[in-house]
Design a binder for this molecule. Structure first.
Ligand SMILES: NC(=O)C1=CN([C@@H]2O[C@H](COP(=O)(O)OP(=O)(O)OC[C@H]3O[C@@H](n4cnc5c(N)ncnc54)[C@H](O)[C@@H]3O)[C@@H](O)[C@H]2O)[C@@H](O)CC1
Ligand SMILES: Nc1ncnc2c1ncn2[C@@H]1O[C@H](COP(=O)(O)OP(=O)(O)O)[C@@H](O)[C@H]1O
Ligand SMILES: [K+]
Length: 501
């Protein structure tokens, strides 16, 4: 689990490392510069003309150190220093002295200094780092705009200048193609509206104290492969189908029987002992033909879900994909929520029904998993002004319902009833297609049936689903990947995670 710390904590972490390693502040900066340069030289050809735009705080100090190192590597480097009101930090001064005439340095001192960087192939942004406390304005905003106007590849040091790590941002912000961040990912990196500024981001290790990181209080985490390997239990010699639970999927409707098939196929590939699928009458032949391993439970209605079967024998239920929102379906969902006391997985139309029938929300069993995409989430929780507010709403919903709320998208976030949020790293835009969510519902239902907790199920299920998408898109490409492929690559996804140790 990677702990996502706020800027105050990162500052304290820097200070702790300086005091207890001990290491001089300037030497820690040198380490940060070296880590950046190490990333850089592996990707950028030494013939490219590099421009480094520095502020006068420590982020600018990094920029100067990076300039010296890239010059030593043989890159043609030019440095600009944005001279606004920020006082020169001690380490900035030291790194300025260390440059000794080469590479060439120019000061940007007035807002009329425009069109400065046009001959550069690559621009490194070291104006502001995690010290930014308000929107960039004046000469800083001007320098940011100037950088954004060029055709150069832009690479941000630690965080794009102008982007706040822990709060919504406004004003001019560097539009980086890449962000190389020091050790700790910033919360803003996980949000859709930050992406045009961070571009592709990565973290580089600069040896900040691991114990201090471990002890820092946070409710935000980034999931790693190791976490999932720890969750998934290998099956034992004498295990039998009774060990792994009986899952029920309630899904599908006339014209949307595919949703039931996708969810059910994914559930079957996720390991429950038994799977039953409740579909309208018109789905009977389709289901029995497509998925011989699944048992059919048939609704009395030809075309949609109107009546839950007897539920006692099921360990869990996954409900929602393709069920529609007919009044009889609303009643049938209410009946399921009234009669089933164990955690279930609620998705798609079941969420939409809850959105317009909020009184049903109170009936959701504790530790259930809700899997809205942003539109479904808006129907449940209302509109938001920015991504940070959306996250707060997600946390609140999880805590009020005492459920796990999975908000789907890039870096799907998983909010738990006790206030934690896990961001998932797997998945790709190839999965932005109808049916991908149905597959996730199936995986989660299959895992929950086997006795994994709601939190374990959500962490593992979301990770494995995204990983299946990543493995699948390597073979099929992001344009051609379809939801069926996610099911096809699910076995490889499980195998990858199980073979980690
Ligand atoms: N020992 C350390 O603290 C390390 C720091 N490092 C670098 O230091 C950066 C943080 O440096 P600083 O704390 O000096 O801060 P920055 O260099 O990000 O910003 C400089 C100063 O600008 C001022 N400021 C904030 N917002 C402003 C605005 N909108 N307009 C004008 N001025 C504004 C603040 O007083 C801030 O301290 C990190 O992002 C990282 O790049 C790295 O060298 C690693 C080690
Ligand atoms: N750009 C992306 N990066 C990572 N995962 C994505 C991306 N786009 C979509 N996904 C994943 O694909 C799934 C889409 O689900 P959903 O929107 O419910 O689709 P549907 O309802 O059509 O099945 C989610 O799990 C989501 O996280
Ligand atoms: K920066």
């Amino acid at each position: 689990m990677v702990r996502i710390l706020n800027t105050k904590q990162i500052k304290a972490l820097d200070a702790h490392t300086i005091e207890h390693e001990p290491v001089k502040s300037i030497d820690l900066m040198e380490r940060a510069c070296r880590a950046f340069v190490n990333w850089f030289v592996q990707r950028i050809d030494a013939t490219k003309k590099i421009g480094i735009v520095c502020g006068t705080g420590n982020n600018g100090g990094d920029g100067l150190g990076i300039a010296r190192m890239l010059h030593d590597w043989g890159y043609p480097v030019k440095v600009w220093i944005v001279r606004g009101l920020v006082p020169e930090s001690a380490d900035f001064k030291t790194n300025l002295e260390r440059i000794k005439g080469e590479p060439e340095i120019a000061d940007i001192i007035t807002e009329s200094d425009k069109g400065l960087f046009t001959d550069r192939d690559v621009l490194i942004d070291a104006i502001f780092g995690s010290g930014l406390s308000r929107p960039a304005d004046g000469i800083y905003a001007q320098a940011i705009r100037c950088m954004n106007e060029t055709d150069a590849m832009r690479i941000a040091v630690d965080i794009p200048s102008g982007l706040l790590a822990d709060n919504p941002s406004s004003g001019d912000i560097i539009k980086a193609h890449y962000t190389v961040s020091f050790q700790i990912p910033k919360l803003a990196f996980f949000f859709p509206h930050s992406h045009p500024f961070t571009g592709e981001w990565t973290t580089v290790d600069i040896g900040l104290h691991k114990d201090f990181i471990r002890q820092s209080e946070t409710s935000h985490f980034l999931v790693t492969a190791k976490d999932i390997t720890r969750i998934i239990r290998p099956r034992k010699r004498f295990d039998h189908k009774g060990t792994f639970g009986h899952a029920l999927i309630i899904a599908g409707g006339y014209g949307k029987m595919g949703a039931a098939l996708l969810a059910s196929a994914a559930a079957l590939r996720s390991g429950p002992g038994l799977l039953s699928v409740h579909v309208p009458k018109s789905g009977y032949t389709i289901l029995q033909t497509a998925l011989p391993e699944a048992m059919a439970s048939i609704d009395t209605h030809e075309h949609f879900f109107t009546e839950a079967p007897s539920l006692e024998k099921y360990s869990t239920i996954g409900i929602g994909p393709g069920i529609g929102q007919e009044p009889a379906t609303v009643k049938a969902l209410a009946q399921v929520l009234a009669n089933f006391k164990a955690p279930l997985v609620i998705d798609a139309d079941a969420l939409n029904i809850l959105g317009v029938n909020p009184e049903l929300m109170k009936r959701i069993p504790e530790n259930s998993i809700l899997t809205p995409h942003p539109k479904e989430f808006e129907r449940l929780a209302g509109k938001w002004d920015n991504d940070f507010q959306r996250l707060e709403k997600q946390k609140r919903l999880a805590s009020e319902l005492k459920c796990v709320v999975v908000l789907k998208g890039a870096y799907s976030s998983i909010a738990t009833p006790d206030g934690k949020v896990y961001f998932n790293p797997t998945g790709n835009p190839g999965m932005a297609k109808g049916g991908s969510g149905d597959v996730l519902t199936g995986i989660l239902t299959g895992l929950l049936a086997q006795g994994y907790s709601a939190e374990e199920t959500a962490l593992a299920g979301v990770y494995l689903h995204g990983l299946a998408g990543d493995i699948g898109s390597r073979e099929k490409g992001t344009f051609s990947l379809i939801a069926t492929d996610l099911v096809e690559f699910l076995p490889q996804s499980f195998k990858t995670v199980l073979n980690k140790f």
